[in-house]
Design a protein. Structure first.
Length: 251
């Protein structure tokens, strides 16, 4: 079935695989064009090919690099003439251990990659297109940002900051641009592999819905949050967690 062109364009960071790719797929399936980013050139090329070279372009770079942020938005404007939606998805979680021993340099790096990058991309899309023409932003936070998350505290702090960044931008960019966040629990990707590899059934059993998340679960939500169906929603963080927070009062 041929998909009708929506005429809309999305920039999705960190989209050569995993959740970002799942989001890009969902947006392309409804007729958007996408610009996707990632550090590795080859993976990015493969992803563009799978999405369709007429629907997607890739630009390689590190999310925290300001020159890359500007270049990615320029690429969207050159290739497609607009950038309606920004999905701030690229993120990192390089450290595991107690907060009492957290290397402060690593904590700064996590904040830079996960939070400052998202702000940088938002500044660029606002300036290049959204301020005059409107659109929507979706920030990928985490359940680690809305509760304590033992041993991944630096990551949790950065994702909590993304929740507040979402509110700040939602307030400042209203009424022209809506800004929301998604906070997933464990989604089956390379990033989260260590949390379930070799014990998926056991990990899934903790979830009332009986399974771990898949990128499509997040793709569907991002599609909704960048559509007119969510036209009166801004500043919110949508927790997508297979019901795991429902366990909070148990035990
Ligand atoms: N999976 C989960 O359980 C889960 C749960 C909650 C939130 N999240 C969040 O979801 C987002 C995506 O995670 P994922 O699970 O989809 O991870 P993933 O499968 O490892 O994919 C990450 C994507 O981002 C790119 N990337 C990584 N670091 C980057 C950087 N510094 N600059 C630019 N691109 C970068 C990767 O490509 P390269 O490696 O080639 O750069 C890849 O395309 C992250 O923000 C993560 O915190 C994930």
């Amino acid at each position: 079935m041929t998909v009708q062109d929506s005429g809309k364009v999305a920039l999705v960071t960190g989209a050569s695989r995993g959740i970002g790719y799942g989001i890009a797929q969902a947006l392309v399936a409804r007729g958007d064009r996408v610009v996707i980013t990632g550090r590795g050139e080859d993976a990015l090329k493969d992803a563009v090919e799978k999405l369709g070279a007429d629907r997607a372009v890739g630009i390689a770079g590190k999310a925290h690099d300001e020159a890359h942020q500007a270049a990615a938005v320029e690429r969207a404007m050159e290739a497609f003439g607009r950038v309606d939606f920004l999905i701030n998805n690229a993120g990192t979680n390089p450290v595991f251990g107690p907060m009492a021993e957290l290397d402060l340099g690593v904590a700064r790096k996590v904040y830079e990659t996960n939070v400052i990058s998202a702000l940088g991309f938002a500044q660029q899309t606002w300036k290049a297109w959204q301020k005059e023409n409107g659109g929507a932003i979706v920030n990928i936070a985490s359940v680690a940002g809305v509760s304590a998350s033992p041993f991944i505290g630096a990551y949790g702090m950065s994702k909590a900051a993304m929740v507040n960044l979402t509110q700040q931008l939602a307030h400042e960019f209203a009424p022209v641009v809506r800004v929301n966040a998604i906070a997933p629990a464990v989604v089956k990707t390379k990033f989260a592999e260590a949390l379930y590899e070799g014990r998926e059934a056991e990990a899934a059993a903790a979830y009332p819905l009986g399974r771990l998340g898949v990128p499509e679960d997040i793709g569907g939500a991002a599609e909704f949050l960048t559509s007119e169906k969510s036209g009166w929603i801004t500043g919110q963080t949508l927790v997508i967690d297979g019901g795991i927070f429902l366990n909070a009062g148990v035990g």
